[in-house]
Structure formats: structure tokens, C-alpha cells
Design a protein around this ligand. Structure first.
Ligand code: ADP
Ligand code: MG
Ligand code: MG
Length: 254
């Protein structure tokens, strides 16, 4: 059965309904690309799943495996295997990156009934992962994201992702602000983790990266719902025509 099951999910921010009704299944190891115009609610979906308090799920269902995400606190959702990267990763002042990541990993291990990771194993793994992502090892001992450039923040999200080994990762415009090597690192890491069974919802406007990711499906979010599900051809049509014109021509041929 599906890893993630969303049923008629409605999400409000304050007085406003941003997502009307989102229904979606994600299978283990599946890679879905989520596209949509600015302000269509892509980040809202990720943040609502993560349990961000400003994004209120008013109705509908969200199951991760057999667990009811909506009944869980944000940290419990992470422990259950959900990873949501931020479009704009925040600073965590005063908390060293390596401690932050190690605490998160050990919380997940504890939830699975496993022993905490040995400090030496953690550090050697973290250093190797940082190197793969083109981050200097000194980043590990700096406070989370403090003084990091935009691209470094994104790479740091990837570092957390690779060390956390979630069941489902939602990556929100992970490519934005990243250089060519960074985008290649995204594709390589996603390929490896997908082969190991991690499922992905990848929010992106960047056609070249989407092509490289070889998604199982491409989704278009519009009017608070998944208006269209297709393959790479959908992403290409959006890139060619723009969201407005693509939607208009869909409506005309319907
Ligand atoms: P996308 O990621 O697709 O560009 P968002 O999910 O960020 O869109 O935003 C959807 C809508 O909700 C936008 O109109 C945005 O201005 C609004 N919105 C998002 N977050 C907040 C917030 N914290 N407070 C008020 N409005 C918000
Ligand atoms: Mg946006
Ligand atoms: Mg967004």
C-alpha cells in the first residue's frame, strides 16, 4: 500500500483557504515532481505535512504508512520518517550543525528502538557526506546556517537529508540558489536514496533538473488542488508555455 496517503486535504493560513482539496498517494521509492505557479500552495503543502503551526489542516486525512500524521507533533512526524526541506532554511543560532543533525538522527533511531549512533561513526559519516556535497568539514562545527550563503544553506539541507535517511522527503525548490555542481549533487543524492527506497516529492521550476531526476509522475497544483497529473511532457509543456497558457489550453481542450 501507499507510503503517503493524502485524502481531500484542506489547508488554511489564517482566514484564507490555500489548499482546497489535495488527494495524493506516494508509493515507497516513488519520485513525484510538484509544479505550480508562485503562490499556488506548493510550500504550504510541505509545511502542512511537516506540522508547521501556521498551516492549519482544516479537514481531510494524511497517513504516513499506518500512522496518522495529523495527530502527531512536528517532531513526531520527523521521527516517523518524514523530512521536509525549507524553501528558505532558517538559522538556528547557537546550535552547532553537527549536534543538531546528530540529535535528529538519534531521535529517529530511538523511535525505531535502535541504539544512539556512536559519536565517531556519526562524525566520520557526516564528514564524508559533507565532502560529497561540496561542503567544507568546518561547516559541521558552525551554528546551523548562521552566515551560510543561500547555496550553502541548500547544501546543508541535503546534508541533513542524506544523514537522516527518511522514508519520504519533500524538497522545496532545493535547486534555487544552487550552482551547477549543487544541482548535480541533488540529482546524485536523490538517485542514491531513491534506490534505497526513499520516496520524494520534489517542488521545482527547473526543467533541466526535473529531466535528470526521471520522475515517476509530474503534478500540477492549481486552484488549491492537484489539477493535473502527467509525465515529463507535462513539465515540458509548462516550461514552454508558462502556467497560465498551459492551464488555458488544457481548459480549452477539455
Ligand atoms: P508556493 O510555494 O506555491 O509559491 P505558498 O505555499 O508559499 O506558494 O503560498 C501560498 C499562498 O499562501 C500565497 O498566496 C502566500 O502568500 C500565502 N502564504 C503562505 N505562507 C503564508 C503565511 N505564513 N502567512 C500568510 N500568507 C501566507
Ligand atoms: Mg514560491
Ligand atoms: Mg514555495
Amino acid at each position: 500500500s501507499a507510503l503517503l496517503q493524502l485524502r481531500e486535504l484542506r489547508v488554511d493560513i489564517g482566514e484564507r483557504t490555500v489548499l482546497q482539496s489535495v488527494t495524493l498517494d506516494v508509493q515507497p521509492g516513488e519520485l513525484l515532481v510538484l509544479m505550480g505557479a508562485n503562490g499556488s500552495g506548493k510550500s504550504t503543502l510541505g509545511l502542512a505535512l511537516a506540522g508547521h503551526p501556521q498551516y492549519q489542516v482544516v479537514s481531510g486525512q494524511a497517513l504516513l504508512g499506518d500512522q496518522d500524521l495529523l495527530a502527531m507533533q512536528a517532531h513526531e512526524r520527523a521521527r516517523a520518517g518524514l523530512f521536509v526541506s525549507f524553501q528558505a532554511p532558517p538559522d538556528v543560532p547557537g546550535v552547532k550543525n553537527n549536534l543538531f543533525i546528530r540529535t535528529a538522527i538519534n531521535a529517529v533511531r530511538q523511535a525505531r528502538g535502535e541504539e544512539p549512533q556512536d559519536a565517531f561513526d556519526f562524525l566520520s559519516g557526516a564528514k564524508a557526506a559533507a565532502k560529497d556535497l561540496g561542503l567544507p568539514a568546518t561547516m559541521l562545527s558552525r551554528p546551523v546556517n548562521e552566515g551560510f550563503s543561500g547555496g550553502e544553506r541548500k547544501r546543508n539541507e541535503l546534508l541533513q537529508l542524506s544523514l537522516m535517511q527518511p522514508k519520504l522527503a519533500v524538497l522545496d525548490e532545493i535547486d534555487s540558489g544552487m550552482d551547477v555542481d549543487g544541482v548535480r549533487a541533488v540529482v546524485k543524492l536523490v538517485e542514491r536514496m531513491r534506490a534505497e527506497g526513499t520516496a520524494f516529492i520534489i517542488i521545482s521550476h527547473y526543467l533541466q533538473m526535473i529531466e535528470s531526476l526521471k520522475p515517476d509522475a509530474v503534478l500540477r497544483l492549481d486552484q488549491g488542488t492537484i489539477a493535473e497529473r502527467g509525465d515529463m511532457e507535462l513539465a515540458r509543456s509548462i516550461a514552454r508555455s508558462g502556467f497560465k497558457q498551459h492551464a488555458a489550453s488544457m481548459a480549452a481542450t477539455a
